[in-house]
Design a protein around this ligand. Structure first.
Ligand code: WTA
Length: 656
């Protein structure tokens, strides 16, 4: 973000205490912090009671940094905990999901009893296809109930899901399948976006050309129409799943059984397969969901507006809410599928009481205007949340006023794919919130802000965010690469987990997250590495060299700006710059995903480099954000940046 914006952000002085009414009924009461800090490990052991264990754990934490074991000798079944036990407790008729399709009027209600049967059928089908405990299964599905059923069926069998966001390309899918050697894929023929069917199966077919170990593909029919088919490998869901018995006897697995892998971008071109295990992860998401979202399973209707292809979908659409037995809205479409008031009509129609989404979505809704939220009755809402990137005070205030009617507490939740669940957030009945601040570590979580030498900074100062003690939902590592896990997270400040984020403690000691301090970009709450995009660009035959930076963007938080030098053409002919820029933007979208399409590409004959040949991204960021240039003395040729600045000014930015 620009310096001026950052300053305005940090000068924010407003504060909003919860109403007495909210505070009195809240799940989290002020004594909670003291109870947890007295003995965090014992406190987490108590929270583990939220789960139904087949064998109750006698051990809590074993810590051999950076490798943790939580509840190590306990056994349980994740899917039983999310579904069956609610049915056994007589809550089978309770709605688990109101699924709302992309198209107006398309909806499906699924009760916990129905969900149990769907999961049982799917687990039986996966067994028939050969899935056994420990197998990796790739899931490449849109936001349809089958996605959740599939995830629950996989973990029911003790297998491991690797959900790949359905917006990712065939290349991205195949590299993820290969990295963790997935043997099975569950997908759909296509997905709907604003009424248009877009195919998914062709990307799977293309991806599998390089994945010979995949034995079976299960395909949900969502959009209809022709699909390519490999006999013996491909199976229709409506044939194989629907004919199964709706009874399935589950087995129990150790607490440290790997439950899922979620790929996320780091600072290199290769995404990291972050893996999570069962008992600790489920304890963490069940506990945070209960206290931070203050859920009352009998009355609340919860809507986490995220995609199951990201960690937010895993922790706060699938596992956290289901463990708590709540009713949810599951929405397939985009915020404006069927009109710019679609969201608000969904909230009104389903009487949503708890809404959780990303700042980028709030800014988009804000741009469309207050007339849309004002046109619906939003009085059912009682709590709002945000996640994924820093929220600017302006968007926070808009959310509070125009969505929350100045009555709903807002929880700005900080966490990561690696952390499994929320680590920093207000507690809605306790914390007086400040617009733009994530405020306080969750009970049982130990956070610090440190300087370059690892020393804790005082109030009013900024530094690096670290976690100084293990927590139950923490990743157990990078799949197949323990050395990279140590190096990436545990070497910068020995003994602590380094999150890669900058943070500030204000004068009251409250925490403000300031975004990434490394080469990870955050585009609309999606993590992408600069190197990943550079890698895609230099893979194009016309590109000689590329440097990518994340630049401030009003709507998406950050946007991708790429500086590219082209190869000379053999014939000496000139290419039309506008055409090549468009081609390169499309190329990145094809290689990674449309979310990685650069906002701007600047063609430049040279890139600014230090004498040792390192590209000075910091300077390019200054250029991309129209800032005064920083120190240029280490450059081989200081005139290069001025030339690039001039080029940047003459290039219009391309918007989609
Ligand atoms: C950023 C998403 C500020 C942060 C759950 C982190 C945030 C990265 C917040 C993780 C927040 C997430 N305030 N920044 N409330 N929440 N971030 O792995 O930079 O997709 O490191 O997990 O998002 O992104 P990830």
């Amino acid at each position: 973000m620009t310096e001026a914006k950052l300053e305005a952000w940090l000068e924010e002085t407003r504060s909003f205490a919860p109403s007495t009414e909210f505070a009195q009924q809240a799940n989290a009461q002020p004594s909670l912090y003291g109870e947890a800090s007295a003995d965090p490990v014992a406190w987490w052991r108590e929270q583990a009671e939220r789960l139904t264990w087949t064998t109750a754990p006698s051990s809590t934490l074993e810590w051999d940094p950076p490798f943790a074991t939580w509840f190590g000798d306990g056994t349980l079944n994740a899917s039983y905990n999310c579904v069956d036990r609610h049915v056994e407790a007589g809550r089978g008729d309770k709605v688990a999901y109101h699924w709302v399709g992309d198209a107006e009027g398309e909806s499906r209600i699924t009760t916990y009893a129905e969900l149990q049967k769907m999961v049982a059928r799917c687990a039986n089908a996966l067994t028939e296809l050969g899935v056994t405990a420990g197998d990796r299964v790739a899931v490449y599905l849109p936001m349809i109930p089958e996605a959740i059923v599939t995830m629950l069926a996989i973990v029911r069998l003790g297998a491991i899901h690797s959900v790949v966001f359905a917006g990712f390309s065939a290349d991205a899918l195949s590299s993820r399948i290969l990295d963790s050697d997935c043997r099975f894929v569950v997908t759909a023929d296509g997905a709907f976006r604003r009424g248009t069917a877009s195919p998914l199966k062709p990307a799977v077919d293309e991806a599998l050309e390089t994945c010979p170990n995949v034995k079976a593909v299960l395909v949900v029919r969502r959009t209809g129409g022709e699909v390519g088919w490999v006999d013996g490998r491909d199976h229709w869901w409506h044939v194989v799943v629907e004919r199964q018995s709706d009874q399935h006897t589950y087995e129990s697995f150790p607490a440290e059984q790997t439950m899922f892998i979620m790929y996320t971008s780091g600072t290199t071109a290769k995404p990291k397969g972050i893996f999570h295990t069962t008992g600790g992860y489920l304890t963490h998401v069940a506990t945070t969901y209960h206290y931070i979202f203050d859920v009352k399973p009998e009355t609340d209707v919860c809507w986490t507006a995220a995609d199951i292809g990201w960690i937010t979908g895993h922790s706060y659409i699938v596992y956290g809410p289901l463990l708590n037995g709540v009713t949810q809205v599951l929405y397939e479409g985009l915020p404006d599928s069927g009109g710019k008031d679609r969201w608000w009509r969904i909230i009104e129609h389903h009487q949503v009481s708890i809404l959780y989404t990303a700042p980028t979505t709030i800014r988009t809704l804000m741009k469309w205007g207050t007339q849309y939220p004002a046109s619906a009755d939003l009085s059912s809402l009682r709590l709002l949340g945000t996640v994924g990137e820093p929220i600017n005070p302006e968007a926070w205030m808009w959310y509070r006023e125009h969505v929350g009617g100045n009555r709903c507490p807002i929880v700005d939740t900080w966490w990561q794919t690696e952390t499994g669940g929320i680590l920093i957030s207000p507690l809605p009945g306790i914390t007086a919130t400040k617009p733009g601040a994530a405020m306080t570590p969750f009970p049982g979580i130990n956070v610090d802000v440190v300087d370059n030498d690892g020393r804790s900074v005082g109030n009013g100062q900024g530094g690096y965010l670290v976690l100084t003690a293990p927590w139950p939902g923490m990743t157990r590592g990078i799949y197949g690469d323990p050395a990279r896990f140590k190096e990436t997270y545990w070497s910068r400040f020995p003994g602590s987990y380094f999150a890669g984020d900058g943070a500030k403690r204000d004068e009251d000691g409250d925490l403000w997250l300031l975004g990434r301090i490394d080469d990870v970009m955050n585009i609309s709450g999606h993590r992408l590495s600069t190197t990943e995009v550079e890698h895609a660009l230099v893979g194009h035959p016309s590109v000689a060299e590329a440097a990518v930076v994340g630049a401030y963007d009003e709507i998406t938080g950050q946007a991708i700006v790429a500086f590219v030098t082209l190869r000379g053409t053999a014939e000496g002919g000139e290419m039309d710059p506008a055409l090549i820029i468009e081609e390169l933007r499309q190329h990145v979208a094809n290689v990674i995903s449309p979310i990685a399409r650069p906002r701007q590409i600047i063609l430049t004959p040279e890139l600014p480099k230090t004498r040792s040949g390192k590209i000075m991204r910091r300077l390019l960021r200054d250029v991309a954000e129209n800032r005064q240039l920083g120190d240029v003395t280490t450059l081989t040729d200081p005139t290069v940046v001025n030339m690039i600045s001039a080029l940047m000014e003459s290039h219009p930015s391309s918007e989609d």
